[in-house]
Every structure is written in C-alpha cells, then in structure tokens.
Design a protein around this ligand. Sequence first.
Ligand code: INI
Length: 155
Amino acid sequence: MPTRIEGRLLLKDEAIAIVVSRFNDMITSRLLEGAVDTIRRHGGNEDLLTIVHVPGAFEIPLAADKLAHSGKYAAVICLGAVIAGQTTHDQYINNQVAGGIARASQSSGIPVLFGVLTCQSMEQAIDRAGGKAGNKGHEAALAAIEMIDVLKQIS
Ligand code: INI
C-alpha cells in the first residue's frame, strides 16, 4: 500500500498573513473578503490573522518575503489584481510578482500563495472576485490551509 499524504482543510491555531494590494481596490477588497471568510469557515482564528496592505501588485513579493521569513506565520496569502491596459506594463508586473512569490515560498519553506489575478479586462477580474468564476481569494486561502497541513505531515 502506498503512503498517501493529503492536507486536511481544518485550521487550529495557526497564524496566517495576508498581503493585499490597493491598486484595483474594488477587486482586491473582494478577494480579501473571500480569503478571510474561507479562513474563518475552516476553523481559523481571526485574532491570529495579520493583513498587510501594499500599494500595488509589484510590491507584494517584498512584503510576502519579509513575512514568510519572520517565523511568525504558517502561511502567507498574496492577493492582487493586475489588469492589462494599452501597454505591456502588466506583463512586467506579472512576471515579477509570480516569480517573487514563488521565491519567497521556496526560500522560507512556508506556503506563500498566489492569489493575484492577471486579467485582460475589468470584467474578467469581477468574474474572479466573487462573480461567475468564483473568488480567487477563497481559492488561495483554501490552498494555504491544505498546504499548512501537508507541510506539517511531511516535515
Ligand atoms: N498594480 C496592480 O496591482 N495592478 C495593476 O493593474 C497595475 N497596473 O496596471 O499598472 C499596477 N501598477 C502599479 C504597480 O503594481 C506598482 O505599485 C507601481 O509600479 C509602483 O512600484
């Protein structure tokens, strides 16, 4: 029989940090609501939640990296919304954000979740922030909860 390890979707007293960007606040505030609601519904203690606001998605990796290396948190959830305009500005931001978040996770050894929307239009973002395509803040929080338990079991 194989040894099978699966993350349970139940929090106990784990401290979690959320980094959320203010740019496109109409969207990111909904992602934040989705993430906080998910943490609460999976047994999380809101008193152990730290929410850090940063100006834009580009600033997320630095804050996430500091939080991840602080030793205080079981996971860091990153929330943002990059929406393409008439230039390639969004592509430069997206590349840095995705790579920075992955590096923060790998170098710290804790889950750092990618809940940053990379959309072609505001409509796509609305769909993914509580609209018809769900709420990516919820998905990122759920992935955090699962990975916290997976890491507990394999560490
Ligand atoms: N920041 C975002 O979070 N989303 C965007 O769509 C965006 N656009 O399109 O410009 C954006 N820009 C700001 C950027 O993240 C930095 O805050 C800024 O460049 C200062 O470093």
